[in-house]
Design a protein around this ligand. Structure first.
Ligand SMILES: Cc1ncc(COP(=O)(O)O)c(C=O)c1O
Length: 374
């Protein structure tokens, strides 16, 4: 039986790389008879990522969520960490899982990035770090974040799950702050099925992370610190190695889709595509639109009825999801921009699934919604 979603256009549909190359890389794993535990393909993948991003160290992990947890432990974060609420729940949960309190900061309405003007007032004596998110692959305000982190002696880390292949000016995202964490989940423009990586320019941190991702082992019988199992398998690395060679083609394809959305939707007043800065470089994984909050959910339903699975990311904001929602200590959290943005965002499909015909279907379905709404 064909998978049910095959015919739908949906946000996050995988861009499967060349199947022959994939199968050949998978058979390399089998021939090596080395399936995990820092195998040759993981090492090759890490090397390739380091070179691609121009960063000193890359530590591949099983997914970004565990990568964030590992990093927080390696940096000995405690108490409170300031994060945006307009992000995927795992940014917040990676902290809470380790009994660190996420302190939610509001975002800028136009970019959806953490509002750096609001960070200082959230800093207390318990604050140990700022964990910012280059949301939709847009660079954060790195100079300001670095200045605040330095002023208060805080660690600065990034959940860069969306941002592989993106640049701030001419500089690849991956080397900012103490470290950054990428996701290579199936939904991402660059994927290894499941997977992720921590990148850093710190030798000491990288060494710690390598031990910690492998139970703390140094050799067969000796452990040097507390560790867990955060390893990437050889199959994931094989997938990632084939994907990385095709990344530019995925980015180019998505850049065309982005231009197409801007052009086509510009004829409608009621929808506005979030524009990426021309001074930076985007992987165009996400095509994000603002529509009116009062009919956003009906529009989403209309798209779904027509087999176009748009999404309401990151609705309703982490602070309004469990376990934070019923935690009374968050009762005073006021995040007007987060709530406003979460009520009006829709994310549109991108990726190889879409060609001109597919895009036309999306516009036609949108136009039919406007007709129906009259
Ligand atoms: C902002 C953000 N952080 C973290 C994650 C978690 O990534 P992973 O699925 O690799 O754990 C995601 C996944 O989509 C994400 O969007």
């Amino acid at each position: 039986m064909k998978p049910r979603l095959k015919k739908a256009f949906h946000v996050g549909k995988p861009n499967i790389p060349n199947k022959e190359k994939l199968l050949s890389k998978f058979s390399e794993v089998l021939e090596n008879e080395w399936l995990t535990n820092n195998g040759p393909l993981v090492q090759e993948f890490e090397h390739k990522i380091k070179q691609y991003l121009g960063v000193k160290h890359c530590i591949c992990v099983c997914n970004a969520t565990i990568g964030l947890e590992l990093l927080q432990r390696a940096l000995d974060l405690q108490g409170e960490v300031i994060i945006p609420s307009f992000t995927f729940i795992s940014t917040a949960n990676s902290l809470r899982w380790q009994k660190i309190r996420p302190v939610f900061c509001d975002i800028k309405e136009d970019t959806h990035l953490i509002d750096t003007d609001l960070i200082e007032e959230l800093i207390t004596e318990k604050t140990s770090a700022i964990l910012a998110v280059p949301i939709w692959g847009q660079p954060c305000n790195y100079p300001v974040l670095e200045k605040i982190a330095k002023k208060y002696s805080l660690k600065l880390i990034f959940d860069s799950a969306h941002a592989f292949g993106c640049k701030s000016g001419d500089v690849f995202i991956g080397g900012f702050g103490d470290a950054e964490v990428f996701s290579f989940h199936a939904t991402k423009a660059f994927s290894s099925g499941e997977g992720g990586a921590i990148t850093t320019n710190s030798d000491e941190l990288a060494e710690k992370l390598r031990y910690m991702r492998n139970f703390g082992f140094d050799g067969f019988d000796k452990t040097v610190r507390l560790g867990t199992n955060a390893k990437m398998s050889e199959f994931a690395a094989a997938y990632g190695l084939v994907s990385i060679d095709e990344l530019q083609s995925v980015i180019n394809h998505n850049a065309e889709i982005y231009k197409g959305y801007i052009k086509q939707f510009s004829q409608f007043n009621e929808i506005e595509i979030l524009k990426y800065s021309e001074h930076d470089y985007s992987n165009h994984q996400y095509a994000v639109a603002h529509v009116q909050a009062n009919y956003r959910d009906n529009l989403v339903q209309h798209f779904h009825n027509n087999n176009i699975l748009v999404r309401r990311y990151f609705y309703p904001g982490c602070h309004r999801l469990e376990p934070y929602k019923s935690d009374h200590s968050y009762n005073n959290t006021q995040l007007p921009n987060t709530e406003n943005v979460a009520s009006k965002v829709i994310v549109l499909p991108t990726g190889y699934q879409l060609d001109k015909k597919g895009m036309k279907k999306i516009f036609d379905v949108y136009a039919s919604f406007l007709e129906q709404k009259k």
